[in-house]
Design a binder for this molecule. Sequence first.
Ligand SMILES: C[S@@+](CC[C@H](N)C(=O)[O-])C[C@H]1O[C@@H](n2cnc3c(N)ncnc32)[C@H](O)[C@@H]1O
Ligand code: SF4
Length: 384
Amino acid sequence: MSKQDVALYAHWPFCLAKCPYCDFNSHVSSSVDHAVWRDRFGAELLRVADEIGKRRVTTIFFGGGTPSLMEPETVASVIDMADQLFGLSPDAEITLEANPTSAESKNFQGYRTAGVNRLSLGVQSLIDDELKKLGRMHTAREAIEAVELAQRIFSRTSFDLIYARPQQSLADWTEELAQAIHLATDHLSLYQLTIEPDTPFFELAKKGSLRTPEENAAADLYEATEDLCGAAGLLGYEISNYAAPGAESRHNLIYWRGQEYIGIGPGAHGRLRQGERWVATKSFSDPMTWLAANDLHTDSGPIGFEHWDDVSPEERAEEYLLMALRLEEGLSLAEHAKLGGRGLDLARIADLAAADLVELQGDRLRVKRQGRLLLNRIIAEIAA
Ligand SMILES: C[S@@+](CC[C@H](N)C(=O)[O-])C[C@H]1O[C@@H](n2cnc3c(N)ncnc32)[C@H](O)[C@@H]1O
Ligand code: SF4
């Protein structure tokens, strides 16, 4: 990635319904004026282009919320403006996150025509009863049909499943995952269910009426996931992401490798290099506030980002550590030292290596497979 290259994330904050486990910035709204949203995405992009100058966009990711509720014209206008303002690299990876209801599948061809070349579907489970418990608006059949349709339309596809669900046995998961691997092409995102604060699942867990697998059982599920995916040629290149070599999400790798990205849309974050400085940007999270903040037609003019803050070298180095240790390729000690101005504590790393949790090979520090289950503790130990 050369110096001026940048990724672009666009957030669509609406969903048909709120899933009880989800704490993403997503809202249910009966009235969305798509022409206004198109206009404001354009205004935000224009302002960012003014602020950061000429860059080349190598990847775009439409995330949410549910971007498959966007009109294809809105998706096309963001892609076209990114091209006009920054220039899109000829092989740009353009991903859109979609929910697999049959109504949304009708938009897939329109997204392809708009320039999307990778579709990432939120399947979550291939079992109808489980989909109901997760509060999903689609059946397993609809999800399978959406995946197959996407595979016919887009050159690259992926889908997400959530595992380590309440009462899920190892046998249940291996059967479901085998079916998923059979359905998949070359990329899968497999997330262990996280009970997020302030969600309905959190309240149920607090009352004891929802219980996720104990640590040991969750570890067994993770081991089985690695084994089954590995045997099918899908390598765990990140803690929850599996791909055939070359099929990794280039956009997400940019985050995990600590590189530059623009964030637009409600609540989106960005990390940008301004000369030797790094800035962290954040757009207003509330959709109505964001619309007002990017309105070019008011007397006072647009307000723009909620935050545009300097990131200190120490903070950059810590962010890089947190992100890169999720990756199979690990982190570069030299890159970490360059960002933060000081190296990592090699004695601590040697202790973790002696416990067979991490591996140091030349400049690369990697968390080993058995260490991945303890990733947060390892990061805390190294960052201390
Ligand atoms: C931004 S979300 C949703 C995309 C899309 N709206 C959907 O629901 O299919 C991206 C992915 O995060 C995962 N996810 C969301 N909340 C989660 C949680 N609490 N635990 C584990 N995975 C979660 C789901 O697999 C989901 O597909
Ligand atoms: S999981 Fe997806 S569809 Fe469900 S509320 Fe979250 S963003 Fe919306």
